[in-house]
Design a protein around this ligand. Sequence first.
Ligand code: ADP
Ligand code: NI
Length: 211
Amino acid sequence: MTKEVLDSLLSNLQEFFKDDYSGHDFNHTMRVYKLANNIAIQEHANLEIVSLAALLHDVDDVKLTQSINYQNARLLMNRYGIDKATQEEVIAIIQDVSFKGNQSKSPSTLEGKIVQDADRLDAIGAIGIARAFTFGGNHSRPLYNDEKPERNMDEASYRQHQSSTINHFYEKLLLLKDMMNTECARVLADQRHQFMVNYLEEFFDEIEGKK
Ligand code: ADP
Ligand code: NI
């Protein structure tokens, strides 16, 4: 991708995500793009494929758009003259990236594994905590309640489940570190995971008025 293509694609994406407050805004895409590129350099992956898949991974998300057959990603790639073989590789990655409870899939290519790792890393750590509470506020969820967290849900139950934001940590966020595909991401995930564990400890101590 030339600098001109990248700049133009970024401004298209900025426009596309401008009204999103569901946790999939433009900054999420940029963080996934940067993280995926850093991992790709260390893992010697194809940077063009990783960049395109990271930048386009949410443009056809069912939560954001009615698009069918990845038409938004295809439209953008056609606009920039990306060849068909590259397009198909990118689409195959986007299909497998999303978290689907216990039906989650690991992409078959190294490039796909990296983009999935980067997307999942952005759901944990300091940013992950902020995104979770933003999502919870947006969906009128309580910070926490007495309900027991579910840990092993299929995709439909995961999507429908209306849990408190703290329960979301147990249903998803704390599971992600063991779902990383690449060694590089595992190291980053361990640090982000530990940060969340410490955060939860503080959180529960404060609920009990211990601190
Ligand atoms: P994906 O990006 O894999 O499609 P989601 O749409 O489930 O995942 O999540 C987008 C962001 O919103 C993530 O940071 C995720 O952790 C957060 N999120 C999703 N569901 C909840 C929930 N029930 N409570 C709090 N945060 C959530
Ligand atoms: Ni994403």
